[in-house]
Design a protein around this ligand. Structure first.
Ligand code: SF4
Length: 171
């Protein structure tokens, strides 16, 4: 599908790792509307519709952006309900957050020794203004699984990106 130069420039503003997805969404919308060419207005309309959360803070008040990292091994047996409920209800390690705090990431470490964490934290920081990462309780505690031997390494890999770390979620 043909794109105007302005439309292409507008697409470049979308974070790189979701740009192809955004492009497909724009072209889908263009087809739905029956327009032969992608214009800058169509890109903006799609971005507001699908990627509005990323833009919200630029215009308005800054809310606290939170992510949770959890153990890849434990995720095989745990869907994460405890972490998510604790955040939703602002309990235990999430008590300090107000109602406008947003959970913008919930991901596993990627396996020993936490190879995925640094990369995803960087993306969330750059593109979504991440403030704080919680290390899930499964990383910290001995239980059915041993506590993580790489916890300090994971913590440092987050802090070096300028993001605060809180140890714990729902225990
Ligand atoms: S690095 Fe730690 S948190 Fe990640 S899978 Fe290994 S033990 Fe679990």
């Amino acid at each position: 599908m043909e794109w105007t130069q302005d439309a292409q420039a507008e697409l470049e503003k979308v974070p790189r790792f979701v740009r192809n997805m955004a492009k497909s969404a724009v072209e889908k919308l263009a087809k739905e509307k029956g327009v032969p060419q992608v214009t800058v207005e169509l890109v903006q309309e799609t971005r507001d519709k699908y990627f509005g959360l990323a833009e919200k803070d630029k215009a308005g008040k800054k809310s606290t952006k939170v992510a949770i990292v959890r153990c890849n091994t434990v995720s095989e047996v745990c869907p994460g309900v405890g972490c998510l409920r604790a955040f939703n209800n602002r309990k235990l390690h999430f008590e300090q957050y107000g109602p406008d705090a947003e959970l913008i990431g919930f991901f596993t470490c990627g396996g020993c020794s936490g190879r995925r964490v640094s990369r995803l934290v960087e993306k969330l920081k750059e593109n979504y203004d991440l403030d704080v990462v919680h290390l899930s309780s499964c990383i910290l505690m001995d239980g059915d699984f041993p506590k993580c031997p790489f916890k300090n390494h994971i913590k440092q890999s987050i802090e070096i990106k300028g993001v605060k770390v809180v140890e714990g979620t729902h225990h």
